[in-house]
Write a protein that binds this ligand. Structure first.
Ligand SMILES: Cc1ncc(COP(=O)(O)O)c(C=O)c1O
Length: 344
């Protein structure tokens, strides 16, 4: 039985072209900036985002962490959304390692306004930590892969900058947003100080993320990356598939979005399931299974027995993610497995 794995776009395997690129990549020691393949990927990325510089890092978590460390000092405040990945899923690293204090904004499907930023910043007072950094997540994972428009980013970033803060985007899936809204990623980068995006999600690379920003910021990130053990040597074997990804894997994300919408529309016809269709903007479908009478964990386990992998997504919710390697037929089969489950 073929297993249909919709747990995450992180389960994607490298394409044959990526495997060839890994084998053929010219290599060197990247800690001393001497890996030509890493340098080529970083230059290409900086051009794509219109920034001065960029840096290859091991993961999204590492990219976000070192960005926070480069922007903030211990004791500073970071403002972010209540369900931000950086707050929810990154092991408390911003507190444990970066030593910053989170202050949360309740978003609307993951987004918030400049006015909310102004309200969240408490100002200069003996009692308060200095608000140093605003973090925006685009697309927003726990909100269901929802997109920020460039003008929403501009509004929030302007408010933060006017208050003397820097702005970082956790753009693990920023290309999903740019494809869904048909906007260039430069329309995001021009409003903010840094962006982290992942190669290892919808772009299907085995490993890696990049951080983009100005030269000074990226050199500070390079130092923090070394500090947290992320200085890699012949990292060209990671960069080589990244170059292939940027050349070949961005446009096809639309197929994942279309499959996710199709899946969500099919599942939403089942009475026992509830889906916020307006939040299905990219490749993520969050399904409320409460009315089935079984828990999200039971739902996940039962689906697994029938050849479908989904992930638990908090009480009563499961998440399904479309990606490279998942066809329209797979999505239809996933929907019929779930239909059988909930109607039996
Ligand atoms: C929005 C978001 N940010 C950051 C990350 C962390 O990326 P990584 O798993 O590469 O550390 C993820 C991973 O799923 C994510 O969804």
């Amino acid at each position: 039985m073929k297993i249909i794995d919709l747990r995450s776009d992180t389960v994607t395997l490298p394409t044959p072209q990526m495997m060839d690129a890994i084998r053929e990549a010219p290599l060197g020691d990247d800690v001393v900036k001497a890996d030509p393949t890493v340098n080529a990927l970083q230059e290409k990325t900086a051009r794509l985002f219109g920034t001065e510089s960029s840096l290859l890092v091991s993961s999204g978590t590492q990219g976000n962490l070192i960005s926070v460390m480069a922007h903030c000092h211990h004791g500073d405040e970071i403002i972010l959304e209540t369900e931000a990945h950086l707050y929810y899923y990154e092991v408390g690293n911003i507190a444990a390692i970066a030593g910053v204090m989170p202050r949360l904004i309740k978003g609307d499907r993951g987004t918030f306004t400049g006015h909310q930023v102004q309200e969240a910043v408490r100002g200069d007072d003996l009692h308060f930590p200095p608000a140093r950094l605003l973090e925006i997540e685009n697309t927003h994972n726990r909100a269901g892969g929802t997109c920020w428009t460039p003008s929403q980013v501009a509004d929030a970033a302007r408010a933060a900058h006017d208050l003397g803060m820097k702005v970082h985007i956790d753009g693990a899936r920023i290309f999903n947003a740019s494809v869904a809204l048909d906007v260039d990623v430069k329309e995001y980068s021009r409003h903010v100080d840094s962006i982290q995006f992942c190669l290892s999600k919808g772009l299907s690379c085995p490993v890696g993320s990049l951080v983009v920003g100005n030269y000074e910021f990226i050199e500070s990130c390079r130092k923090k990356r070394k500090m947290v053990g992320g200085g890699l040597r012949q990292a060209g074997i990671i960069a080589a598939p990244g170059i292939v990804a940027l050349d070949t894997m961005i446009g096809r994300l639309k197929e994942d979005h279309d499959n996710a919408k199709h899946l969500a529309q099919t599942l939403s016809q089942l009475d026992a399931l509830s889906i916020d269709l307006a939040s299905v903007q990219t490749n993520i479908v969050v399904v409320d299974v409460t009315a089935t009478g079984i828990s999200d964990d039971e739902f996940r386990a039962e689906a697994r027995k029938r050849g479908l992998c989904v992930s638990s997504f908090g009480p009563g919710k499961v998440r399904l993610v479309t990606h490279y390697g998942i066809s329209r037929e797979d999505v239809d089969r996933a929907a019929s497995i779930i239909e059988d489950m909930v109607t039996e």
